[in-house]
Design a binder for this molecule. Structure first.
Ligand SMILES: [Zn+2]
Length: 174
């Protein structure tokens, strides 16, 4: 078992808005705030995201109109593309998989009436030694976001950085 798989669930448990799909410790998330986790080990870059429905689509209930359905489909497509996360170009990372999981937009109601979208991404990097940063361009994709809390884990340890406004640069080796 690699290190990131062991450490990451522990980190996720500490994040108020992020939890696994099977066992979710969903306190009320904070509207306007997304949580991102990034871990790097050897040539693997893994990322996870929890995004409030409020900021992804502007509502937190099953879509009740064609417009709401379209908004949800668009948000899911943007997240599946993974284009909001841009690893350092020199590292030559390739997106291997993206899993996007909406919660609270279907039949089941989430505790507190909230809904959000979780996503998990796996990249492999041809030159991981050059992976010194990632750009988190969530605020450009979802303008309702005011704050993005990014937790990173790498060979040099863990760190937390907060992005506000249009800031997107996240250091991986501070
Ligand atoms: Zn909410």
């Amino acid at each position: 078992m690699n290190l990131s798989l062991m450490v990451f669930p522990f980190l996720l448990a500490l994040l108020p808005a992020a939890a696994g799909a099977e066992e979710r410790h969903l306190g009320p998330h904070v509207h306007g705030q997304a949580s991102v986790g990034v871990s790097v080990e050897a040539d693997a870059l893994d990322a996870q995201l929890s995004l409030p429905g409020h900021d992804a689509v502007g509502f937190e209930h099953p879509p009740g109109s064609a417009q709401e359905r379209a908004a949800l489909d668009k948000a899911l497509a943007v997240l599946r593309s993974g284009t909001w996360l841009v690893p350092a170009a020199d590292a030559h990372c390739t997106l291997v998989s993206a899993t996007v999981s909406p919660h609270g937009f279907g039949g089941a109601t989430e505790p507190g009436g909230h809904a959000d979208i979780d996503a998990v991404y796996h990249y492999t990097c041809h030159s991981p030694a050059r992976l010194d940063h990632v750009d988190v361009r969530l605020a450009a994709a979802f303008p309702g976001l005011q704050k993005i809390v990014v937790d990173t884990i790498g060979a040099s340890g863990s760190n937390q950085q907060t992005l506000q406004g249009t800031a997107s640069h996240v250091e991986l080796k501070p």
